[in-house]
Design a protein around this ligand. Structure first.
Ligand SMILES: Nc1nc2c(ncn2[C@@H]2O[C@H](COP(=O)(O)OP(=O)(O)OP(=O)(O)O)[C@@H](O)[C@H]2O)c(=O)[nH]1
Length: 324
């Protein structure tokens, strides 16, 4: 190629490079090995609000709140070792706005010097979208496990938890208690006061149960209709009976007038308590059947009371099945 042609070709290529660097929406940031800005493209000055001259006197930690000099030295060692990789960080603009960025780091060696040439993308929109998506997923999850009327865990969540807790109880050989609570004479309440007041009463009963069951890791759920269920992991029978009695008293203390109940002049609940101890496995259905048996007895024996049943297998050394 003639000398003129070569010069024209070189100038043409330089023009292509220059225009690309000038027009690129991403930032191009060159840092030396001391973390000093040595070159930035127009997108950088636009986004960060500093002039190229201002930036070229600064260090990376003047702009990136996640960096200091020590962190830069670690980063530089990684750049040298890995040569090219991606990271996410933040750049603070001149007017104090933190801009989340994705940085593609590249090690460049030129004229005996080493540089970090970064292609930097503003990912504000992506981060906002991710946060919205996370919030939406959280909301969908909360809705999927929550009973709409009372705000307690719903039946689906209860079933999942009971399955998990019945396995955990076997694995760790620690007691597991269940409490079933059923509002007494609620049909009569609905008939006398109407469904709307009935709903309100269920909401108040639910809140009272939730407050009364102060057991770490407990699940308090609306099991269906006017029936509630609590899982009390690691809770002995004596403790579970005390929790259930506390819950019974809390429902009575709401003092929701119920003129058509044979039990009391206010809304009451009957509760069945089951505790299993030892390593003999019980399916969740079997656990529920046993707890339901205790609840049934509480109803039959006059309502507004707690009846317990405890089942143990020989390994735990606790006497075999008993009720009280
Ligand atoms: N307001 C309202 N009532 C409900 C809801 N779910 C179930 N119920 C009512 O709860 C009542 C339950 O009645 P029953 O199962 O006969 O039991 P009970 O009258 O409470 O009598 P015992 O349980 O034997 O003391 C029915 O009238 C249902 O309609 C609800 O979401 N809102």
């Amino acid at each position: 190629m003639a000398e003129n042609d070569e010069a024209r070709e070189a100038s043409y290529r330089a023009m292509l490079t220059q225009v690309t660097v000038d027009k690129l929406a991403d930032m191009i940031i060159w840092l030396d090995e001391h973390g000093r800005y040595v070159f930035v493209n127009p997108a950088t000055t636009r986004l960060l609000g500093y002039s190229a001259e201002e930036l070229e006197g600064l260090h990376v930690w003047d702009i990136d709140p996640h960096f200091d000099e020590a962190r830069w030295r670690e980063h530089w060692a990684e750049v040298v070792a890995r040569k090219s990789f991606r990271l996410e960080t933040v750049n603070r603009s001149r007017d104090g706005v933190d801009i989340p960025i994705e940085v593609t780091v590249n090690l460049v060696e030129y004229g005996g010097q080493r540089f970090n040439c970064s292609i930097v993308r503003d990912i504000t929109e992506r981060k906002r979208f991710e946060a919205e998506l996370r919030a939406l997923n959280d909301r969908i999850y909360r809705l999927s496990v929550t009973d709409a009327l009372t705000g307690l865990a719903n039946r689906r969540h209860f079933d999942i938890q009971l399955d998990a807790e019945s396995r955990r109880h076997l694995q760790w050989d620690r007691p597991l208690s269940l409490v079933l609570a059923d509002v007494d004479a609620f049909k009569a309440f609905n008939d006398a006061h109407g469904h709307v007041d009935g709903d309100r009463a269920l909401q108040r009963v639910a809140a009272a149960l939730q407050d009364a069951v102060a057991v770490p890791g407990a699940t308090v759920a609306r099991y269906g209709g006017e029936e509630f269920a609590c899982i009390l992991p690691g809770t002995s029978h004596t403790q579970a009976l005390a929790v259930a009695e506390q819950a019974r008293l809390a429902v009575a203390a709401l003092d929701i007038a119920h003129a058509h109940s044979d039990v009391a002049p206010h809304v009451t609940a009957s509760l069945g308590v089951l505790t299993v101890e030892g390593t003999q496995p019980h399916t969740p259905d079997a656990l529920l059947r046993l707890a339901d048996g205790a609840l049934y007895r509480a109803k039959r024996e006059g309502r507004d009371r707690v009846v317990g049943v405890s089942v143990s297998s020989p390994t735990s050394g606790v006497p075999a099945a008993g009720a009280g």
